[in-house]
Design a protein around this ligand. Structure first.
Ligand code: PLP
Length: 338
């Protein structure tokens, strides 16, 4: 039994999900003729109260297409300094959009209206044109932290006042929705574009969607083709996504509870330093004293438990669909015995 806590991207499709994929009606999606993709796009757009959606292979692609459609070369994008779009997408903002980033500090991966407003460049030929604010919810490097919805409204106000577009990297929006008891339609009212992932907590093998207005998604569809993301019988993947939306959102609370249990066990150990508050399914903590982060992960690996070092002193664990109650109680025992 391997307990793989490195990421919620490690989930494998269940037999029921595979069955749904196997039975999917398909067509050529580049021609707009894949009924399963069309259905997934319609369901997702309607769920978030947005006009349209575009199915893509990855969250990196939906973020990058979103940024490309919102910016011109030479523009500036405001985001948190540890946001995925900035530090984990291969320099994509520069590579794909020719734009630069103004990276802001903020509590656990989140930025606020005051720092955003202060970061907007004046209309001056020396300065890059600020055109986009990009947030992440939940914030991965913030330990799965969630924004308070009121903060979205405040940042939106700043964006509207300054004619800035407002994008959300919602790779783990499902975890935020469940943890905060939010309605997806609230998000559609605030953001100009949202990237949602099916391949993280929801357990699909692949797939993300970009949501926005009709014209925006029309433009995004063209960029997806240019990026090489136009897939043909993608309905097999879309069917996994539909299955995931129908079956795997409600259970996320279980993952959040597991993460809290693990945090409580770690807290008792003197070689564990600060643990970021656990709001969802991501657990980030400091290891010190008798262990380095790498030594701690190696020790757990001897028990077939895999986790990730994210710096010399920090470890990340992510709970998900393939982490069972039994795996968690085994992990708790292993931690207890260290
Ligand atoms: C917050 C966040 N955004 C975007 C992505 C990108 O998703 P993908 O791996 O599908 O490209 C990830 C991946 O883990 C992520 O954690």
């Amino acid at each position: 039994m391997i307990t793989d806590l490195r990421s919620d991207t490690f989930t494998k499709p269940t037999p029921a999900m595979l069955e749904a994929m196997f039975k999917a009606p398909v067509g050529d999606d580049v021609f707009g003729e894949d009924p399963s993709v069309n259905q997934l796009e319609a369901i997702s757009a309607e769920m978030f109260g947005m006009e349209a959606a575009l199915f893509c292979p990855s969250g990196t692609m939906t973020n990058q297409i979103g940024i490309k459609c919102h910016t011109q070369p030479g523009d500036e994008v405001i985001c948190h300094r540890v946001s995925h779009v900035y530090i984990y997408e291969g320099g994509g903002i520069a590579f794909n959009s020719g734009s630069q980033v103004k990276a802001l500090d903020g509590d656990r991966g989140r930025i606020n209206a005051e720092t955003v407003e202060a970061a907007i460049n004046p209309d001056d030929v020396h300065k890059a044109r600020t055109s986009l604010v990009s947030l992440e919810n939940t914030a991965n490097r913030g330990g799965g932290s969630c924004y308070d919805f009121a903060d979205f409204h405040k940042i939106k106000e700043v964006c509207s006042k300054n004619s800035l577009n407002f994008h959300l990297d919602g790779a783990r929006i499902w975890n935020a929705l469940v943890a905060k008891g939010e309605n997806p339609k609230q998000y559609g009212e605030v953001f100009d574009s949202i990237s949602i992932c099916l391949s993280k907590g929801l357990g699909a093998p692949v797939g993300s969607l970009l949501l926005g207005k009709h014209d925006f998604i029309k433009k995004a569809r063209r960029v997806r083709k240019v990026f090489g993301g136009g897939m043909r019988q993608a309905g097999y993947m879309a069917a996994a996504g539909i299955y995931a939306l129908e079956h795997n959102i409600g259970r996320l609370q279980e993952d959040h509870n597991h993460a809290k249990q693990i945090a409580a066990a770690l807290e008792k150990k003197d070689f564990i330093g600060s643990i970021m508050p656990v709001e969802t399914n991501i657990l980030i903590f400091e290891v010190n004293g008798s262990y380095t982060a790498a030594a701690f992960c190696n020790k757990l690996r001897q028990h077939k438990i895999h986790c990730l070092t994210i710096s010399d002193t920090q470890v990340r664990m992510v709970t998900h669909l393939d982490i069972s109650k039994e795996m968690v109680s085994n992990l708790l025992q292993v931690i207890e015995a260290l």
